[in-house]
Design a protein. Structure first.
Length: 219
């Protein structure tokens, strides 16, 4: 399935006029207001934040024109005027170092999970020396993510890859908004089966990470 665009989020076509965009925003804000969804498990506050972000981009002719060009031809080079406009906006901190730390951490957790996996035959004990070494290698990457205040639930590779791409396309958006956009992306643009698979893999990653950390404490 394709990535969720702001048009998808508002439920309007790409040729929607200003009134259609405003009407869609007002309808969704009213429908998803927390007071009207007290018993709903879905994070309606984050959803409304995403709706308002979509409205802010699409209701402004200049930002909408740039956004439309991006989603129609994401690899097209920006003009000098567009680069100047981008550079004039306040930017979020560089997300690439956090993605790199998360990417390396995911690789180490995958390696440790294989060592921790029960052997099919016999009762061979895990290689504690190697696991301790992997835990030592993982610790600096964990520190980078913690110092950047990246929530643990987004350390999984699927989330980190998505966040890096979105940050590269929207460097003026704060991280907190990117997180809520990712949550809404899973909720709105993935089937129930796809969402269940991703969340299951993320839970397994965090579980294996916790197991790996214990070996650093032992070492």
């Amino acid at each position: 399935m394709k990535d969720c665009t702001y048009y998808d989020l508002l439920g309007v076509p790409m040729d929607a006029d200003e009134k259609e965009i405003a009407d869609a925003k007002n309808f969704l804000v009213k429908k998803m207001h927390p007071d009207a969804n007290v018993n709903c498990s879905f994070d309606t506050t984050s959803y409304i934040q995403n709706v308002l972000t979509a409205y802010r981009i699409l209701s402004d002719p200049n930002s909408r024109r740039i956004y439309d060009r991006r989603i129609r031809n994401p690899i097209r080079r920006e003009t000098a005027a567009e680069r100047a406009e981008e550079q004039s906006r306040p930017l979020s901190p560089n997300f690439a170092p956090y993605w790199e730390a998360g990417n390396k951490l995911n690789g180490l957790v995958t390696e440790s999970a294989l060592l921790l996996k029960p052997k099919r035959f016999g009762r061979q004990e895990p290689d504690e020396e190697r696991l301790t070494a992997i835990a030592g290698e993982a610790y600096p990457h964990i520190q980078v993510l913690e110092q950047g205040e990246i929530p643990r639930q987004y350390w999984f590779s699927h989330a980190m890859n998505w966040l890096l791409f979105q940050w590269s396309q929207n460097r003026d958006l704060p991280y907190a908004l990117l997180y809520s956009m990712y949550d809404s992306y899973l909720e709105q643009c993935k089937s129930a089966l796809e969402k269940r698979k991703i969340t299951s893999q993320a839970s397994l990653f965090l579980n294996n990470l916790d197991k790996l950390i214990t070996y650093r404490q032992l070492g």
